[in-house]
Design a binder for this molecule. Structure first.
Ligand SMILES: *Cc1c(COP(=O)(O)O)cnc(C)c1O
Length: 362
């Protein structure tokens, strides 16, 4: 294809981007993407297989997704009178909100370091993106946030609760102050992708705020492959976002798999509980090494800081352990790595590789 065609047709800001990098992890202990390391038990997998075999692949999905939404509302504690809107992962929900709010001059605001898709999606939709730095310990800088809200009147404010890539569970009173400060001039999206590991939620508080959106996903819960996110908010808001949603955005296999798994949430709850206790053990073991700082985490990963983290990252790669070199994501994450909490076997492999890599880094 001629270069001039690309230059004529594709937006300059898109051409200037590099594609979202996903490293090839084959042969690695994969601890970089916040996946749940557990699968469903064999008996459940066989039953799921039968369910999926019975799905009518020749038919379009029924776009109301009534049964799936009903099950999500019931199992995920959505308050009475509130409904959910489904997305092909919460990534799609973020872009639906961006598109629906993309009026001239509208802005999106989020603390940083945070989830990169908030800014990416805002820019794709033509919204201005404003970031507010977290404090050095990665807690919310309430005064700075309130000042930015007053100055920019953002249409969308994102708060990941807990935050990725830091794992921080922000103070609920700070979040409440943000929701009130934004008031009627914008929505505040509390992104609860890691709720199973935090066990704190703004979901029950939806009736208190007409500008609050609570967004969740089944990805970190153990179903990253099926791509299903959902959000709950005041019906008047959801109704508008639903107009932007592609009508068949949840495919029939995802729908059937999610409906099945939602009838067996006890298994996922057990897995999340195992990961929560593994998180404390892993955090203590890493802190015990002496030369590594471990930040408090309410998610299924730990953010850790050490001298010469690039070398430690390379040492881990050599030992076939893949974590995220968080220092490359944001300046305030210098010398930080982000590592998934996993099974006891994989956590032990990581610890051993970390110890060796720390020793040879100088
Ligand atoms: C992983 C993650 C998501 C994306 O979830 P998907 O449903 O897999 O698209 C959203 N928000 C945060 C903060 C995340 O870490």
């Amino acid at each position: 294809m001629s270069k001039s065609l690309v230059e004529r047709v594709i937006r300059a800001d898109v051409r200037a981007l590099s594609a979202y990098p996903v490293p090839d992890a084959s042969g690695f202990v994969k601890l970089d993407a916040m996946e749940n390391p557990y699968t469903l038990p064999q008996a459940l997998r066989e039953e799921l297989g039968q369910r999926l075999a019975a799905v009518a692949l020749n038919r379009y999905p029924v776009p109301s997704y009534t049964l799936l939404k009903e099950k999500l509302c019931r199992h995920m504690g959505v308050p009475a009178g509130f409904d959910v809107l489904l997305g092909n992962g919460s990534d799609e929900l973020i872009s639906i909100m961006s598109i629906a709010c993309a009026q001239a001059g509208a802005k999106v605001l989020a603390p940083e370091p945070g989830f990169v898709m908030y800014g990416v999606s805002a820019r794709f939709a033509g919204l201005d993106y404003v970031s507010v730095p977290l404090k050095a310990d990665f807690t919310l800088d309430r005064d700075a946030l309130l000042a930015a809200i007053a100055a920019h009147r953002p249409a969308i404010t994102y708060l990941a609760y807990p935050n990725n890539p830091t794992g921080t569970l922000y103070d609920a009173a700070d979040i409440e102050a943000v929701i009130r400060a934004v008031g009627d001039s914008g929505i505040v999206v509390v992104d609860e992708a890691y709720q199973p590991f935090a066990q704190e939620s703004f979901m029950p508080r939806l009736p208190e705020f007409n500008n609050l959106v609570v967004m969740r996903t089944v990805s970190k819960l153990g179903l990253a492959g099926i791509r299903l996110g959902y959000m709950a908010a005041d019906p008047a808001l959801l109704q508008e976002f639903d107009k932007v949603r592609p009508p068949y955005n949840i495919n029939v296999l995802t729908q059937a798999a999610a409906e099945f798994v939602l009838d067996h949430t006890a298994e996922l709850d057990r897995q999340a509980a195992a990961l929560r206790s593994a998180r404390s053990e892993l955090a203590a073991a890493i802190a015990g090494l002496g030369s590594v700082e471990v930040f408090p985490s309410a998610a299924n990963f730990l953010l850790i800081r050490m001298a010469n983290a690039d070398k430690v990252f390379a040492g881990l790669l050599q030992r076939k352990v893949l974590v995220k070199n968080a220092g490359k994501m944001h300046p305030s994450l210098r010398n930080c790595l982000r590592v998934n909490v996993s099974t006891s076997e994989e956590n032990a492999l990581f610890l051993k590789a970390l110890k060796e890599s720390l020793q040879e880094r100088i």
